[in-house]
Design a protein around this ligand. Structure first.
Ligand code: NDP
Length: 255
């Protein structure tokens, strides 16, 4: 498969969680440029993403759901399937972070992060796969957004590191279970990307300069950098990829 259509998402319906801002918005826009019908899922208004979609070859449909509750997350998949029709791809991007020393970490900061980043992510995959496998001949793509902290420890982010290590493990497990059944499950590990999530780090001039000095590419990542990698994992071109994790980090992990 070597023609450019192998990188095309024309006519594909793709769910992107957390599509109102940041990396999720970048993924939605990249998929829209590749022709996808994007269903953007989140708990905040998605007006900005809708406006940015104008003129793209794909389309954008916002759907409201709070993904902290895995029952609500699964119900959302069922509703999209019933209302919009079959879904070709799921991008699990929505995520949160809590910061505190390990000695002071609270149960709430542990549970909130694990519930959203890992538990709901798993049950979204399960709901999506049940629909795909119920239709003989149907295939599906899942892209999970991991992190550098899927590989590294980090500091003061215990629940986040646990969740993102878990995202990587679950990606590999699901890839093994479903590779022979028409579902590709892969992950992207973003480096330092300019989003709301990292605004506080960028506002700290000393810390920001130290990070920049360690990124071989010499710049922070943009949401579109992750979006373009996600398009590849959603497109026919990556059909033989199962359980892979692609670092998109300007060379951070390679250093
Ligand atoms: P943002 O904080 O900018 O965006 C997070 C998104 O997740 C928002 O759309 C947010 O919605 C949504 N979200 C969070 N909780 C819920 C929920 N309960 N229900 C529905 N939606 C929810 O972060 P980023 O764009 O930076 O991060 C996106 C993903 O990328 C995350 O999984 C993050 O861990 C990962 N990542 C980011 C990196 C970076 O450098 N930025 C590096 C490595 C990984 P709302 O606006 O309503 O809160």
């Amino acid at each position: 498969m070597s023609d450019l259509s192998a990188f095309d998402l024309a006519g594909k319906r793709i769910i992107v969680t957390g599509a109102n801002t940041g990396i999720g918005q970048g993924i939605a826009l990249s998929a829209g440029k590749a022709g996808a019908h994007v269903v953007g899922v989140g708990r905040s208004a998605m007006d900005e993403t809708e406006v940015k979609f104008a003129g793209l070859s794909g389309s954008f449909t916002p759907v409201m759901a709070d993904l902290a509750d895995h029952h609500a997350a699964q119900a959302m998949i069922d509703e999209v399937w019933a209302d919009a029709g079959p879904v070709d791809g799921l991008v699990n991007n929505a995520g949160i972070i809590r910061r505190a020393d390990a000695l002071d970490f609270t149960e709430a900061d542990w549970d909130d992060v694990l519930d959203t980043n890992l538990k709901s992510m798993f049950f979204l995959c399960q709901a999506f796969a049940r629909h795909v496998l119920a239709e003989p001949g149907r295939s599906g793509r899942i892209v999970n957004i991991a992190s550098m902290l899927s590989f590294q420890g980090g500091i003061r982010v215990a629940s986040y590191t646990a969740s993102k290590s878990g995202v990587l493990g679950i990606t590999r497990l699901l890839a093994c279970e479903w590779a022979g059944r028409g579902i590709n499950v892969n992950a992207i590990a973003p480096g330092y990307i300019e989003t709301n999530n990292t605004a506080a780090i960028r506002a700290d001039a000393e810390r920001s300069a130290a990070i920049l000095g360690r990124i071989p590419a010499g710049r922070w990542g943009e949401a579109s950098d992750i979006g373009d990698a996600a398009v590849f994992l959603l497109a026919p071109a990556s059909h033989y990829m199962h359980g892979a994790v692609i670092p998109v980090d300007g060379g951070w992990l390679a250093r």
